[in-house]
Design a protein around this ligand. Structure first.
Ligand code: DWN
Length: 412
C-alpha cells in the first residue's frame, strides 16, 4: 500500500508509464550502463484528490551542478514572467519596503523583473549552474534546497515576505507539509503565496501524459490545492488559468479570511466536479487515452520508417523523456533530436539515447518529418523554424492526439 503524501490515505494507481530515467539527465555513452531508472506510476488519492507519482528519485540526482533546464530559453516564457511579475508588483508589493521570495528561481527569468524597481528579493535555487546564471543577472540567490531550516535565516536577513512566488516549483516539492508550515512563518499576516503549475484539467483534456516525470511529483487541481491549503490554515483566493506548458493554473493563497475570494475560484471548483475529477473512473479513462496515444505514435513512426522517411525530433524536453521511454522510441526510429540548450547538445537523451544536436542544424537536416517534443512551445518553434514547413516538412504532435501538420494544417 502506498500512502498519499498529503493525507496519508491509501493511493490508487491508474497509469503506468513504465521504467523511466531521470527526465533531465542527458548523458554521455560511458554513463549508459549505470543509468538510473525508476517505475513511473501515477496515483490518485480518493480522499484529498491529489494526483501524484508513486516514487520520486532522490532530490540530489535531479537537481545539482548540471541541471539541464534553463527557464530563460523561451522568449514567450520571458514575456509571460514579465506579466506575472507585473501582477505581483501591482497587487501585492505596493508597500515601501516590500520583499518577495521566490522558491526555485532557476536562472532568474521571473525574479529579474523585480530588480528594476529595486524591490527587495531573494531566490532559493538548489541547482548550482542555474543559480549562478541568476546571480549573473544581479539577483540575490541562495544555492540551497528550500527547507524549514532556511526560514529563520531568511527572516533574519530579509524579514517576513509580502509575497512568496514559485513557477513550476511547488509541483516538484514532495514535502508539501513542510513548505506550508514554512509559509506560515515566512509570510506577513496578509501576505500571499502565488504558485503556478501545470493544471490537472489541461493534462486530462489533452491526454498530456508527458507532464508526468520524476521532477513532477504532484499534478494539482483546485480541489487538491484547496485541501492542502485548508490543512494549514490557508485558502485559495484566486485561480488564474494560464496557457503556458499546455495549460497551467496560478493559485494565489493567503491565510484564511485575510482577503476576499475571487469568483473564478468557485467557477473552477465547480467545473472540476462537473468533469468528475473527484472520481477514479475519470483517471482510468485518461489512462486508456494515454495508452492509445502511445500506440498511435509508435505505429506512425514505424510506418514512416517502413516508407523510408526521415523523422527527427525537436526540443529535448523533460516531457520528451516520458514520451520516448513510454512509447519505446529510440534512435532506430528517431536518429537525432535538435535542441537549443548547450548543456544538452553532444549528449544523448535519457533512457532512449537519441543524440542531441544543436538546434541551429535543424534547418539543414533533410528530414521529411519532425516530432515536436515541446508542444507547449509550438507557436514559438514553428515561427523560428518556418523554413521547415515551407520546404514541405511536416510536424508530428502527440497532443491532443497524435497528428501531423502540413503547412500548419492537420493532415491525419
Ligand atoms: O517544470 C519544468 C518545466 C517548466 O520545464 C521542469 N521540471 C523541466 C522543464 O520541462 P521541459 O524540459 O519539458 O520544458 P520546456 O520548456 O517545454 O522545454 C524546454 C526545452 O525545449 C529546452 O531544452 C530548450 C528547448 N527549446 C528549443 O530547443 N527551442 C525550447 C524552445 C522554446 C525553442 O525554441
Amino acid at each position: 500500500m502506498v500512502s498519499c503524501r498529503i493525507c496519508r490515505s491509501s493511493l490508487t494507481p491508474f497509469l503506468s508509464l513504465g521504467q523511466q530515467p531521470l527526465a533531465n539527465h542527458f548523458l554521455k555513452p560511458q554513463e549508459f550502463e549505470a543509468e538510473y531508472f525508476y517505475p513511473l506510476e501515477i496515483m490518485f488519492c480518493p480522499f484529498c484528490k491529489m494526483v501524484q507519482i508513486m516514487e520520486q528519485p532522490p532530490a540530489d540526482l535531479m537537481y545539482h551542478e548540471e541541471y539541464a533546464f534553463y527557464s530563460g530559453t523561451s522568449s514567450h516564457m520571458r514575456r509571460h514572467f514579465e506579466d506575472f511579475a507585473a501582477q505581483v508588483k501591482g497587487q501585492y508589493l505596493t508597500g515601501p519596503d516590500a520583499f518577495v521570495l521566490e522558491l526555485g528561481c532557476n536562472d532568474g527569468i521571473l525574479l529579474q523583473n523585480f530588480l528594476d524597481p529595486g524591490i527587495r528579493h531573494l531566490g532559493v535555487e538548489p541547482s548550482g549552474n542555474v543559480a549562478r546564471a541568476a546571480r549573473e543577472r544581479g539577483l540575490i540567490v541562495w544555492n540551497e534546497f528550500f527547507s524549514p531550516d532556511l526560514v529563520p535565516k531568511i527572516i533574519r536577513d530579509f524579514g517576513q515576505a509580502d509575497a512568496v512566488v514559485g513557477a513550476n516549483v511547488l509541483n516538484h516539492m514532495p514535502e508539501l507539509d513542510t513548505v506550508f508550515q514554512s509559509l506560515e512563518k515566512l509570510l506577513k499576516p496578509d501576505a500571499v503565496a502565488i504558485f503556478e503549475d501545470p493544471y490537472l484539467h489541461d493534462v486530462m483534456r489533452l491526454g498530456a501524459y508527458d507532464q508526468f516525470y520524476d521532477e513532477h511529483v504532484f499534478l494539482f487541481s483546485l480541489q487538491s490545492m484547496d485541501f492542502v491549503s485548508k490543512k494549514f490554515g490557508f485558502e485559495v483566493v484566486a485561480a488564474d488559468h494560464q496557457e503556458t506548458h499546455g495549460g497551467s493554473m496560478r493559485y494565489t493563497l493567503c491565510r484564511k479570511g485575510q482577503r476576499s475570494v475571487h469568483p473564478d475560484v468557485k467557477h473552477w471548483r465547480e467545473r472540476e466536479i462537473e468533469l468528475k475529477y473527484d472520481r477514479l473512473e475519470s483517471y482510468q479513462s485518461f489512462a486508456k487515452t494515454c495508452e492509445s496515444s502511445r500506440d498511435a505514435l509508435l505505429a506512425l513512426l514505424k510506418q514512416l520508417k517502413s516508407q523510408g522517411k526521415r523523422v527527427v525530433a525537436y526540443a529535448a524536453t523533460a516531457k520528451g523523456t516520458t514520451v520516448s521511454n513510454f512509447c519505446g522510441i529510440g534512435p532506430e526510429l528517431i536518429p537525432c533530436l535538435y535542441d537549443s540548450t548547450p548543456l544538452k547538445q553532444g549528449k544523448f537523451s535519457p533512457g532512449s539515447h537519441i543524440p542531441v544536436l544543436d538546434a541551429v542544424g535543424f534547418k539543414d537536416d533533410p528530414a521529411e518529418y519532425a516530432l515536436l517534443l515541446a508542444p507547449n512551445h509550438a507557436r514559438e518553434i514553428f515561427a523560428k523554424e518556418k523554413s521547415f514547413a515551407q520546404r514541405g516538412g511536416r510536424w508530428i504532435l502527440h497532443v491532443p492526439r497524435v497528428h501531423v501538420l502540413e503547412d500548419g494544417k492537420e493532415i491525419t
